[in-house]
Write a protein that binds this ligand. Structure first.
Ligand SMILES: Cc1cc2nc3c(=O)[nH]c(=O)nc-3n(C[C@H](O)[C@H](O)[C@H](O)COP(=O)(O)OP(=O)(O)OC[C@H]3O[C@@H](n4cnc5c(N)ncnc54)[C@H](O)[C@@H]3O)c2cc1C
Length: 383
């Protein structure tokens, strides 16, 4: 059986659903193919920290700009999504990194210099203010840096809200529908193959997260995406909730507390391990000793899509027409989702690749890849 759609999007995670939403606003009808449930991959296991100044390398301008542009888009985007019916649980209550030793003191002070120049109110806070803000914080904390525009979002709610809003604008979401191959004609991709038949499409976007690497068996060229597993936990302590994200401890809208995350290179499973849970419980208690008797609520694992240099891979696939990739966001897929969708949907609409160039897959053919730097990966504090 054969069906048609303007754009086929493989993967119902935050990246696929964000692109679908932006396309729907442009009146371009797409179909999202999700082999399990929406947000069943990394997007449902995320910590949801929206803090570009900590997690993106500010010396790589297009990459850093993508994070800052997203920060700018989020407030209006979440209003649209709420209005459409599902609250993505976005909370813009700031984020804080604290001084626990001489090394973090130096790192925070060094970075504060360029962070102040961003003009978004990033500032030093001394021990007294820290204690006023977060009375339960560890005695060892000597001060810190506060970033008032940092936020957090609930990954599964956000992904589902994007799908819900775009469905209202004519998108189709097919859950439990695995894409098993691409339909090609010469060097042009003309759709996707599934167990329910072929869907012809004018353009196909591979947004399959960590599974995007597997799609290289459909091409002669390589898709250098590797799996990086992450686990995170939820705790609850009646009467206690941090006022903002501190390190990787994130207050949730329902009053629970998320602690994140492990970083397990090359591991492609969703197993929750006792070791990871105890590491994250210890990390949370080290920041907020009052969590010593917190209730353990749940744990979740997901697999991040990693790229050789840590930056996403966006845009066409060399030697093929009618297909592009949007993957490899590693630990910043939530942060970068709005700007990614803006760039990719613009490219799908116009065919203009100029804005996507820094993220093109061809960069791996020409230059030696280097790992992108981040100031504070989640791993730094919790692994
Ligand atoms: C523990 C943890 C903590 C994190 N914390 C943060 C954070 O604080 N801030 C942040 O910005 N980012 C964070 N991240 C990273 C972020 O969650 C990811 O970068 C993002 O979710 C990736 O989204 P995605 O849509 O590319 O992939 P996914 O969410 O994995 O979605 C890909 C989807 O494609 C589907 N799929 C795959 N193959 C096929 C196929 N052949 N046919 C149909 N469907 C297919 C999968 O089932 C999956 O649902 C974290 C991740 C983890 C695991």
């Amino acid at each position: 059986m054969s069906h048609t759609t303007d754009v086929a999007i493989i993967g119902g995670g935050v990246i696929g659903c964000s692109i679908a939403y932006q396309l729907s606003k442009k009146g371009i009808k797409s179909t999202v193919f999700e082999k399990n449930k929406l947000a069943s991959g990394a997007s449902g296991a995320t910590a949801g920290i929206i803090g570009p100044i900590w997690y993106l390398d500010h010396t790589i301008k297009p990459y850093f700009d993508m994070g800052m542009r997203s920060l700018e888009i989020f407030p209006s985007l979440v209003e649209e999504l709420k209005e459409a019916g599902i609250d993505p649980e976005f909370q813009q209550n700031g984020g804080m990194k604290i001084v626990l030793d001489e090394d973090t003191n130096t790192l925070l002070l060094d970075n504060l210099q360029w962070q102040k120049e961003l003009g978004i109110g990033v500032r030093w806070i001394d021990k007294q203010e820290l204690l006023e803000r977060e009375p339960e914080i560890t005695d060892q904390a000597e001060g810190g840096v506060f970033s008032p525009l940092d936020a957090s979002i609930r990954g599964a709610a956000y992904t589902n809200s994007l799908a819900h809003a775009s469905t209202r604008l004519g998108m189709t979401y097919l859950e439990g529908m695995e894409v098993t191959a691409l339909e090609t004609y010469g060097d042009t991709v003309i759709g996707v193959k599934t167990q329910s038949g072929t869907y012809h499409a004018g353009h196909t976007v591979i947004a399959a997260g960590a599974w995007s690497g597997i799609s290289q068996r459909w091409f002669s060229s390589s898709i250098p995406i590797r799996p990086i597993k992450g686990q995170r936990i939820i705790l609850q302590k009646p009467g206690f909730l941090p006022k903002c994200t501190v390190q990787s401890i994130v207050p949730q809208a329902d009053g629970s507390i998320l602690s994140a995350a492990t970083r397990e290179e090359g591991i492609f499973n969703h197993t929750i391990t006792g070791e990871a849970i105890s590491q994250m419980v210890s990390a949370a208690k080290a920041i907020f000793p009052t969590l010593n008797d917190a209730e353990f609520v749940s744990a979740k694992a997901g697999v991040r899509p990693g790229s050789p240099d840590g930056m996403p891979i966006l845009g066409p696939i060399p030697e093929w027409n009618g297909v592009s990739i949007a993957s490899g966001h590693d630990h910043v897929g939530m942060i970068c989702s709005p700007a990614t969708a803006e760039l990719v949907s613009q490219y799908v609409e116009t065919g203009d690749t100029s804005e996507l160039e820094p993220f093109g897959i061809s960069r791996f053919e020409t230059s030696a890849s280097r790992p992108a730097k981040t100031l504070f990966t989640n791993a730094k504090y919790n692994e």
